[in-house]
Design a protein around this ligand. Structure first.
Ligand code: GLA
Length: 771
């Protein structure tokens, strides 16, 4: 809800208020962001009545220093010396800009906006500021999303001057806070180690996270959090920010004079320059802001509900996602129809619902140094084409999905031979390669329409229900002949990408689009407006995934996190992990499998069949339930909940000798209810225990002999099964579980976890004696 009372603009959600004051000078003071307030608004304002030292006062009529004021948006040259959201060479040639309030307008819903944005806002206010000297307008656009406790912000700059202006920096939002003891939480990493959480105190100077690879990148996710010291998962204050954008981003936090904290976020000004002629405008991407005074979990709940309801495409709202088998880790480039169908048949028997054909199906693509750009079927691998393959897959009662990497090209391709001018390169300079490939020039409309048409042809040629959209290198040699100012390159590239994605999703609204960029190199809200899920990382090792998925979970819901079970030892970490742990981690996300079933032992196939059955039974909970993190401990713990079922995942990274007695507790449990709590009966591979197996099964065979090796193919050890009847208080306060293996005795009640072991507990409310 948004309303204006006297000089105050008041934005509200179910639990939050955001308050702005329009000052007599026309500057906008940021008054408040926090839990809903009924205070007298003027009493919430900053109290400033003396001049300090070398300060510059705004004007004789309003003798205030902009350097001290918490502002909604600032500009250069009128006495505010903190970092600036806007750097524009104005039509008069000066960098000085003086934007003041002109008018406002409140509208229902979200605005029609050319960039990806959140839909179905409760309402929106456009506050128009003007620099009268230059006749340039700045719209500050705020939306409120009542139910999900989110505000969004963005700005539009319009030049009404006959002379052009040049933008060098234009942030989507700025927020000034006066408060102490904040930490900054960011989510950083690289390939196969994305979104690891890092925290450091806000301290004097300017701290920034950014990307300049051409994508939102795996180096720093665009989302970040400011949290008060000692904020935990369930207590304390946190403000979360994220950007609906897939290109170079920049966010900064500055602690300046008098304890002012200035937060900004938007397009990275790196290599950015955008000219506006008369009557042209520039729109920034949208920033998402939420606030919690109940810890980080509550902040995540706001963000999760918001993304599930306002960011992902309407058609996939709450729609259950299929369990996929992706053939990449099974075959890489080496396959034919027979191999694919074998994998498909085995997958179907296990209950898998979608067969995804990954890289290598087109052109001359037998390796990663050729074929990109040529989206015609490789007849050696698939002589009867995609249509035949998809039909055969459908016969197994599975849907068919296909991989593309449409933004890229190999020099060894027909497309390059015929249209080398489609490539991003500086005239006269040899372009640098990444993963043996070059980048297609998405700034160029001809290239954009070529890609669209090629994709349409392939999609129309078979029964395709899912697309994996990949992008496997960073951008270099940025230059496009189609633009006059190369400062527009990075943003124009993203606009070209959004144009293609929009055409695809409009023409095929029911195709499930999963985006990917060497894993999570473009995990952002912009991509999520087109495809509701993202391949979180090429790293499927469950222990690495705990960090990656935990990091993502702060700002992204489980329904967006694509997570597959793959083979052990893991191809990137060389770690051996139990199959059940690989599943338990992947189940806190959109589950899939990426391994060759023919290499598995019969008991492993049985386990997978049971895993899939279990996931299907609880799929809605795993994909759309309320997700809780527990504060980090020896055992990493997650929970998903709906109104009457709660699943707790407990992950032991390393076992401790003679471990502590353990109690477990659940979060968010309704009062005065009774529950059945069951541990999911997991299976243990007996060859994991080597010679120790003689203590568990009393058969006198050599543990590495022929008989035992064969027994190990079929026989598995059942882990302890636990069942408790408990009330809400016991669930909330904690209850004892069976002892973990303590170093000596073992019986059927002993929980055997070991290194990388994990377990799931399911609590179901008992209603009328049943659950
Ligand atoms: C990237 C993706 C992988 C796979 C390969 C195929 O690395 O992240 O999942 O699709 O490309 O080349």
């Amino acid at each position: 809800m948004i309303r204006v009372e006297d000089s105050f603009i008041i934005l509200e959600t179910k639990d939050l208020s955001y308050i702005i004051d329009i000052l007599p000078s026309g500057k906008l003071e940021h008054v408040y962001l926090g839990p809903k307030t009924k205070s007298k608004l003027s009493d919430l304002k900053i109290k400033l009545d003396t001049m300090v030292g070398s300060q510059v006062l705004y004007s004789d009529l309003e003798p205030i220093s902009l350097d001290l004021l918490p502002l909604e948006y600032s500009s250069i040259g009128k006495g505010d010396y903190r970092s600036m959201p806007l750097e524009v060479k104005m039509p008069n040639g000066s960098f000085v800009a003086d934007f003041c309030y002109l008018k406002h307008e409140i509208k229902d819903g979200s605005l029609d906006y050319k960039l990806p944005h959140a839909k179905n806002a409760t309402n929106t206010i456009i506050v128009t500021l003007v620099d009268k000297v230059n006749n340039v307008y700045l719209d500050l656009i705020y939306s409120s999303f009542y139910e999900t406790n989110v505000f969004t912000r963005k700005v539009v700059l319009t030049n009404k001057n006959e002379n052009s202006l040049s933008i060098r920096k234009i942030m989507s939002m700025m927020l000034d806070i006066y408060d102490k003891d904040y930490d900054i939480i960011t989510f950083d990493g690289g390939w196969i180690k994305e979104t690891n959480k890092h925290k450091r105190p806000v301290s004097y100077g300017l701290f920034s996270i950014s990307s300049q690879t051409g994508a939102s990148s795996n180096r720093h996710n665009a989302g970040f959090i400011l949290s008060k010291k000692n904020t935990t998962e369930d207590y304390g204050t946190a403000i979360g920010f994220n950007l609906v954008y897939s290109g170079n981003h920049y966010s900064s936090i500055e602690l300046a004079n008098h304890g002012s904290i200035r937060v900004m976020s938007g397009i990275n000004p790196h290599c950015f320059e955008w000219d506006l002629a008369e009557n042209e405008n520039f729109m920034t991407p949208e920033v998402v802001i939420s606030y919690s005074n109940q810890g980080l979990n509550k902040l995540s709940h706001n963000m999760h509900n918001f993304i599930n309801n306002h960011i992902i495409p309407e058609n996939f709202k709450e729609s259950l996602r299929p369990i996929v088998i992706n053939n990449w880790e099974s075959h890489m480039f080496d396959y034919n129809m027979r191999k694919l169908l074998k994998l498909a048949k085995r997958s179907a028997k296990l209950g898998i619902e979608m067969f995804v054909l990954d890289d290598g199906w087109f052109g001359n693509r037998d390796n990663d140094d050729r074929g990109l750009g040529d989206y015609f079927v490789n007849k050696k691998k698939l002589p009867k084409g995609l249509s035949k393959l998809s039909k055969r897959i459908n016969k197994y009662n599975m849907d068919f999905g296909l991989w593309f990497e449409p933004e890229m090209i190999n020099v060894d391709s027909n497309l390059y031979r015929s249209n080398s001018n489609y490539v991003v390169q500086v005239p006269g300079l040899e372009p640098s390669k990444g993963r043996n490939q070059l980048v297609l020039d998405l700034c160029n409309k001809e290239v954009v329409s070529y890609i669209k048409n090629e994709l349409f042809k392939v999609i129309d040629s078979a029964n395709i229900k899912y697309i994996k959209w990949d992008m496997n290198r960073s951008i270099s040699d940025m230059y496009s002949e189609s633009i006059s100012n190369q400062g527009m390159f990075f943003h124009k590239y993203i606009l070209g990408l959004y144009d293609i994605l929009e055409s695809i999703t409009k023409k095929y609204p029911n195709i499930l689009l999963e985006t990917c960029s060497s894993g999570g190199n473009r995990f952002d809200l912009g991509m999520l407006t087109f495809g509701p899920q993202i391949w979180a990382s090429d790293n499927t090792d469950p222990i690495s995934r705990l960090k990656i998925q935990r990091g993502l979970s702060y700002l992204y819901p489980l329904s967006t996190i694509s997570a597959h079970v793959s083979q052990s030892p893991h191809s990137q970490t060389l770690r051996h992990t139990p199959l059940e742990t690989r599943f338990n981690v992947a189940s806190f996300g959109v589950l899939g499998y990426e391994l060759d079933f023919k290499e598995l032992k019969p008991y492993e196939l049985k386990m997978i069949k049971e895993q899939i059955r279990f996931y299907k039974e609880h799929r809605r909970l795993f994909q759309f339930g309320t997700f809780y993190r527990f504060d980090l401990d020896d055992i990493e713990t997650y929970q998903v909940s709906n109104s009457n079922t709660h699943i707790l995942g407990r992950f032991q990274v390393l076992s401790s000798p003679s471990p502590n007695i353990e109690k477990v507790s659940f979060k968010g449990i309704k009062e005065d209810k009774m529950y059945d709590v069951l541990s999911r009966r997991s299976k243990l591979n007996i060859d994991r225990f080597g010679h120790l197996i003689k203590h568990a099964i009393k058969i006198p065979f050599k543990h590495d002999g022929f008989v035992m090796r064969n027994v190990a193919r079929y026989y598995v050890l059942e882990n302890a099964k636990e069942k408790y009847t408990l009330d809400s208080n016991a669930l909330l306060n904690g209850f004892y579980i069976n002892q973990q293996f303590m170093g000596t005795y073992y019986n059927e009640k002993t929980r055997l976890l070991g290194d990388y072991g994990s377990e799931l507990y399911i609590a179901k409310e008992i209603r009328n004696g049943k659950n």
